[in-house]
Design a protein around this ligand. Structure first.
Ligand code: MLT
Length: 203
């Protein structure tokens, strides 16, 4: 997968896995990572699927309707890619925290729905329910920050609530932040995500 790796100065911090939204690339979330944890290593990845020329992490049949078979395939592909990159760049595979926005948040959620050790934690910004009707693995070792907008036209609040509830049921430690916002990222939610990151990984 196309990617960028930047080694951080503090190797005890988790490596941040950056997963962009539809039409983005491996560099999109670098400024967000820099705000959240400037000393952490980062692995920015570009989705392998193109929709009208726009990179995504998995195919969809319509807006909000996912191609489940492709989602499963791409989730496995990304999980293996992270392991390969951990070998290549010598970071701890068991200490990876995803920062995903929109489509990137959805594949980060999918990683956790399928594998209980894919991610140590995740910052899911404007995320949806990746799949329904499957048993989510035990996520008692996983901490998750969910940032959402109460007026998001793409992601109904009820859907983000459903995601949070499913992750809690799987025993994940879930922190929710609801802003008076739409689908765009807000400075406020990044500040909250930074506080969450520092509480969980630097103290
Ligand atoms: C998706 O397809 O993952 C969601 O609809 C979010 C997006 O627009 O990328």
């Amino acid at each position: 997968m196309q990617h960028i790796f930047k080694e951080g100065t503090d190797h005890k911090l988790p490596t941040l896995l950056l997963l962009h939204g539809t039409g983005g690339n491996e560099r999109d979330l670098l400024p967000i990572a820099d705000m959240i944890a400037p000393n952490a290593s980062v692995l920015g990845v570009r989705g392998n699927v193109l929709e009208n020329g726009m990179p995504r992490f998995f195919r969809r049949l319509a807006e909000g309707v996912f191609d489940e078979e492709d989602l499963i395939f791409r989730t496995n592909e990304l999980n293996e890619f992270i392991s390969d990159m951990a070998d290549q760049y010598q970071f701890n595979r068991n200490n990876v925290v995803a920062i995903g926005y929109s489509n990137g948040a959805n594949i980060a959620a999918s990683l956790m729905y399928h594998y209980n050790r894919a991610l140590k934690g995740a910052i899911l910004l404007h995320a949806m329910v990746p799949r329904r009707g499957i048993q989510i693995p035990d996520l008692s070792e996983t901490s998750i920050f969910i940032g959402a907008g109460t007026n998001d036209p793409i992601i109904p609040p009820a859907e983000t609530k459903e995601l949070a509830d499913a992750l809690k049921l799987a025993k994940a430690d879930v922190t929710e932040h609801w802003g008076d916002a739409g689908h765009q990222l807000t400075r406020e939610e990044i500040i909250k995500a930074k506080e969450w990151f520092e509480k969980n990984y630097t103290k």
